[in-house]
Design a protein around this ligand. Structure first.
Ligand code: NAD
Length: 491
């Protein structure tokens, strides 16, 4: 780990680190009494232990959510919005704690924590949607007035990942709650601590008991029990494609609950010979270094035109070295932390081993950084075969594959030759070409002359192909938390 010269420590450590399951408005131990440990990935030292939810705890939480549903769903939508407003206020005050706890669980820099800052904004965005949850009316059938209603599902499940724990919690829970559902949410076993602060904030906001239940636990048995639960009518998941498949299968084998999935990606970034490299280079570097590459829409495959490839690569190496400086996530100004845990570290290292074994050119980095903590060097791999696992699979680390192209049609095909379809970027000054690519790239979002802009909440976010289905944010997000019903009124 390199140091960034500052010693100012983040001051968000809470007086008490909550360890209970949040069920029916209270923090309670798990029925089994079992706990699991969280380790700080920057130091490899123990951070905290929390109660582990089992199948029985899921059943209890679902019952609480079921009991809370009638009153919650019958509230005036503006009243639900008011509860969310109060939740946003409490979350805003708790941001230092949230950032601190994420830093000591999964290594996200806490000072400043740009991802956490979005949490209250997301909750407020959905609070403001209260009056937009409406159906349609039609006079298109003779002698009828027909209307469609948007109604809540009832008890909904949510399963969140560890890379921005409370951000995922905020947008899943707020969209589900504003539409009148009640929720049982499981946080990731790698980073459950900040979600328990969000639970405490919900209590402070006066959200009625049982409306939002938050469980710490593993994918199995806890996540699987949610995915298979017969009383849960809808589930929203963010995480790996493999787990997304397991959740869809669990739904198919149980009650065919509605499933929304936000999964991984191997997003292409295409740099044409007319691109402004002073924009393309930092955007490419930032996209793969943010959160140490542990971002679902990271641009992890670059295709650069041969005419500018050398200049691009030299500049990229310098920029990634500068921007990729790592440090203690709790120290002010650290912009890059370690990988989230030992498992993620070993996973990324296994790809770096593969690169070395397969004779791929390592243009930058390629190994572990320091001897303590799960830090990995910013890495650039070049001339990587298109059929290599390095080009095909999501590495989820600061590892960028850079290949060259000279033909527009060829790069379009290579960009689309992936099981994923979450995000794509194109850098060019030619507007027609930018629009041709925006139209033909197989991805839920296409960025022109940028990579991942700050979340535009009014735009739908989600994947094509193996990157999932359903959309978070925008008006579609509230659509996907509601069932549609048609009502036919004979005149
Ligand atoms: P994961 O899919 O295993 O875990 C995500 C969540 O799913 C966690 O809460 C986990 O406990 C839960 N889960 C695991 N197995 C489950 C099951 N059978 N049923 C129900 N829930 C289950 O992801 P991970 O191991 O944390 O990370 C591995 C890979 O996932 C990453 O390398 C990356 O490719 C991808 N990922 C993507 C995102 C994203 O934002 N799209 C976020 C995190 C991870």
């Amino acid at each position: 780990m390199q140091t960034n010269g500052s010693n100012a420590q983040h001051t968000g450590r809470p007086d008490v680190i909550e360890d209970g399951l949040f069920i029916n408005g209270e923090f309670v131990p798990s029925k089994s009494g079992k706990k699991f440990d969280i380790f700080n990935p920057a130091t490899e030292k123990w951070s905290a232990s929390v109660y582990e939810a089992d199948v029985e705890d899921v059943d209890i939480a679902v019952q609480a959510a079921k009991d809370a549903f009638p009153a919650w769903s019958e509230l005036n939508a503006l009243q639900r919005g008011h509860y969310l407003e109060r939740w946003a206020e409490a979350l805003e005050k708790a941001l230092p704690e949230i950032s601190y706890l994420d830093a000591i669980s999964m290594g996200k820099p806490a000072y400043p924590d740009q991802l956490a800052m979005m949490i209250p904004m997301i909750v407020r965005f959905f609070a403001a949607k209260a009056l937009d949850i409406t159906g349609e009316s039609s006079l298109n059938t003779a002698n009828f007035v027909n209307i469609s209603l948007r109604q809540p599902y009832g008890v909904c499940g949510a399963i969140t990942p560890w890379n921005a724990p409370c951000m995922f919690l905020a947008y899943k829970a707020s969209a589900a709650l504003i539409t009148g559902n009640t929720v049982v949410l499981k946080s990731s076993e790698k980073a459950p601590l900040s979600s328990l602060v969000a639970a405490r904030c919900a209590k402070e906001a006066g959200i009625p008991p049982g409306v939002l239940n938050i469980l710490s636990g593993y994918g199995r048995p806890c996540g699987e029990a949610i995915a298979r639960h017969m009383e849960i009518r809808k589930i929203s998941f963010t995480g790996s494609t493999a787990t997304g498949r397991a959740i869809q299968k669990a739904s198919a084998e149980s009650n065919l609950k509605s499933v929304s999935l936000e999964l991984g990606g191997k997003s292409p970034l295409i740099v044409f010979d007319d691109a402004d490299l002073s924009k393309a280079v930092p955007a490419a570097a930032m996209s793969i270094l943010m959160n140490s590459g542990q971002v679902c829409n990271a641009s992890s495959r670059v295709y650069v035109h041969t005419a500018v490839a050398e200049e691009f690569l030299e500049s990229l190496k310098a920029t990634m070295t500068l921007m990729g400086k790592s440090g203690d996530p709790l120290v002010q100004g650290t912009s890059r932390g370690p990988q989230a845990d030992k498992l993620q570290f070993e996973r990324v290292m296994s790809y770096l081993d593969l690169a070395k074994q397969s004779g791929v050119n390592v243009a930058l980095g390629g190994g572990r950084e320091g001897s303590e903590g799960y830090f990995i060097e910013p890495t650039i791999l070049t001339n990587v075969p298109e059929d290599s696992r390095l080009t095909k699979e999501e590495i989820f680390g600061p590892v960028l594959v850079v290949n060259t192209f000279s033909d527009e049609e060829d790069v379009m095909k290579r960009a689309n030759a992936t099981e994923y379809g979450l995000y794509a970027s194109v850098f060019t000054k030619d507007v027609s070409r930018a629009l041709r690519f925006a139209k033909r790239l197989e991805a839920g979002s296409v960025a022109v002359n940028c990579t991942s802009p700050t979340m535009a909440f009014d735009m739908p976010f989600g994947g094509w192909k193996g990157s999932g289905e359903g959309r978070e944010f925008s008006r579609y997000a509230t659509d996907y938390w509601t069932e549609l019903k048609s009502v036919y009124l004979a005149l």
